[in-house]
Design a protein around this ligand. Structure first.
Ligand code: DX5
Ligand code: ZN
Length: 222
């Protein structure tokens, strides 16, 4: 099942709750939440208080993408705030396996994010422990960047790894994704599509409907 995960990094924070309600009305199921610490990535976004606040009014699956050094320090706090899925960058964890185990012990789904230059082999020994792999299609840190074309091959390679090993996890892609370039990513094997700018810029409901149309068309061809 293909799902859209709108990234609230591109939302209007003055009316964040209203915009999330629009997404729910449009049938969205996932909300992608980018947490940046100003250390692993240059920018600082928002943290637990914002997540806890939107949790009160939303039943969406909170897909929390931590761009944070040593995220193991904050896992309980993000669970408390309302995370359903926590994704950590392989490079930010001194002990990746332990970090994944801790996320699972908390009863949450665990994801590992892979940067454009990070090889897939960091996943080799944790394949059976994870629920999702997030392939970054831009360098993490900012919304609104153009997709890096070489990341497409990485999605294909990951899909092949899944088929070869019999592992089962979602493949999420994140960064620079628009209605007019999403199809190649679906074709490559991605099934959770993050989009910030292309969802929040302009009419949110129309943008979601345009993505959904693409997803339906694609599923129809399979
Ligand atoms: C980048 C973030 C992305 C970003 C996507 O570090 O992880 O989730 O918000 O935004 P767009 O779709 O605008 O590239
Ligand atoms: Zn993200």
């Amino acid at each position: 099942m293909i799902k859209l995960a709108p990234s609230i990094l591109a939302a209007d924070f003055n009316i964040l709750g209203e915009q999330i309600s629009l997404l729910e009305d449009a049938g969205v199921k996932y909300l992608h939440i980018d947490v940046m610490d100003g250390n692993y990535v240059p920018s600082i976004s928002f943290g637990m208080p914002v997540i806890a606040s939107i949790r009160k009014n939303s039943k969406l699956i909170f897909d929390v993408h931590l761009m944070v050094v040593e995220p193991i320090r904050y896992l309980e706090a993000f669970k408390e705030a309302g995370a359903d899925i926590i994704t950590v960058h392989a490079e930010t964890c001194t002990h990746l396996h332990k970090t994944i185990s801790r996320i699972k012990e908390l009863g949450l789904k665990a994801g590992v994010a892979i940067n454009p230059s990070t090889p897939l082999n960091v996943l080799e020994y944790v394949l059976d422990d994870i629920d999702m792999v997030l392939i970054m299609t831009v360098e993490p840190g900012f919304g609104g960047q153009p997709l890096i074309p070489s990341t497409l091959q990485k999605v294909k390679d990951l899909k092949e790894m899944v088929l070869k090993t019999g592992a089962s996890f979602d493949i999420e892609v994140d960064g620079g994704i628009r209605v007019d370039n999403v199809e190649v990513l679906l074709e490559a094997g991605a099934n959770i599509i993050v989009s910030g700018t292309s969802v929040f810029k302009g009419n949110i409901k129309e943008n979601v409907a345009n993505f959904d149309k693409k997803f339906t068309e694609f599923s129809g061809t399979k």
